[in-house]
Design a protein around this ligand. Structure first.
Ligand SMILES: Cc1ncc(COP(=O)(O)O)c(C=O)c1O
Length: 372
């Protein structure tokens, strides 16, 4: 089978979702089992779900068509009758970028929390905003959702443990949007199960940095996964020959996940190189994202995007995302584009405001609105 090399994602810094399936993934798809997963009869999908259960230490797991589907169902399995609220970071994908799914599908009020440290949510934030008790004026918090990583930033394990213990002492469930929990595990060396022990449900994506073409997975207890299977069917997510998709996900686990640590290291190295140019990040660079602080870096984002086009690298805003298909050549080109933009900005009229996407809720380009 002929396959373009390098991938078309080689110079793609907009997101780690742009990766293309590897030859091994395409080969695995060709040789997948073709059982019907709505009947629970697809061997590859069963194996994939079993492997996720083992890795997460959760009782059971279920393939999802997307991270959004895994999150929305992952929250909904914990909820019954409103009024109820879900507490999460105000930047959380589950709240800001899933088409108001929590309102529509779970009839939940969302409590969007601005972390006091401007970086990640802590127990103190949770205690400040959680709604407890049975006052009829309120919507008691039934789920806390933590995004790990958020903006590529790691929430310390100890903080997760504290939030989890607080939640369970108040009969609140904790969901993890672990779209990039793989990255957290790769960067810290903590096994996935170390993180997952603190959650009642964990949703993970296989089509972000892991590079599979489609999908995610939700892990939880057996009874929760049984309920999730029902809700997934209701949303039209019961797919038949799912092995075509889960076979690629299996290759992603086997071949791409082990490369993720190196991707995180390359991102940190990029951060050190950019520091020499005076370009600083909005938030810590813990994994595979570098969010340019355009104002503090005195960088005009409009000029930077023009330079990126000239140097043949794709960027859309302040977020630089690395993944396994980015080449060394592309990183060098990106650095050249940034160096050129720094120079041009220095000589141009003082307008250091981003000309790209508007900032604020729902924008992935601004991650530290409240950081000092
Ligand atoms: C943190 C996070 N969670 C969930 C999702 C949703 O994933 P999907 O695009 O597969 O629905 C994304 C997508 O980028 C994400 O960044």
């Amino acid at each position: 089978m002929s396959y373009p090399k390098p991938s078309s994602a080689a110079n793609e810094f907009r997101s780690d979702t742009f990766t293309t399936p590897t030859p091994a993934m395409l080969d695995a798809m060709l040789h997948a089992s073709f059982g019907d997963d709505v009947y629970g009869e697809d061997r590859t999908t069963i194996d994939f779900q079993d492997q996720i259960s083992r890795l997460t230490g959760m009782e059971d797991a279920i393939f999802m068509l997307s991270g959004t589907m895994g999150n929305q169902i992952g929250v909904r399995i914990h909820l019954d009758q409103p009024p109820h609220s879900v507490l999460c970071d105000y930047r959380a994908h589950i709240y800001a970028q899933e088409g108001s799914g929590l309102a529509v599908l779970s009839q939940a009020m969302v409590i969007p929390v601005h972390p006091a440290n401007g970086i990640y949510m802590t127990l103190e934030d949770v205690k400040k905003w959680v709604v407890l008790g049975d006052d009829v004026h309120t919507a008691p918090t039934k789920v806390i959702s933590l995004e790990v990583t958020i903006g590529g930033v790691l929430t310390p394990m100890e903080e997760i443990r504290k939030i989890s213990e607080f939640a369970s002492s108040h009969n609140i469930k904790v969901h993890c949007d672990g779209a990039r929990l793989w990255n957290a595990s790769a960067a810290t060396g903590h096994p996935l199960a170390d993180y997952c022990q603190y959650f009642d449900s964990v949703s993970m994506c296989v089509s972000k940095g892991l590079g599979a073409p489609v999908g995610g997975v939700l892990a939880s207890t057996k009874s929760n996964v049984k309920r999730a299977r029902w809700l997934r069917k209701q949303l039209g997510g019961g797919v038949r020959q799912a092995g075509v998709l889960t076979s690629a996900a299996m290759v992603a686990l086997r071949e791409i996940w082990p490369t993720m640590k190196e991707t995180c290291e390359k991102t940190k190295k990029l951060g050190r190189d950019l520091a020499i140019l005076g370009v600083v990040p909005q938030i810590p660079v813990d994994t595979n994202f570098f969010f340019i602080d355009a104002a503090r870096s005195k960088l005009d984002m409009g000029i930077l995007l023009e330079q990126c086009a000239k140097f043949n690298v794709n960027l859309q805003d302040e977020r630089i995302a690395l993944h396994h298909q980015i080449t060394e050549e592309a990183i060098e080109n990106l650095k050249s584009a940034i160096a050129a933009a720094v120079e041009i900005t220095r000589d141009s009229p003082p307008s250091f405001v981003s000309k790209v996407r508007p900032s604020g809720y729902g924008s992935s380009s601004k991650m530290n609105e409240f950081a000092i």
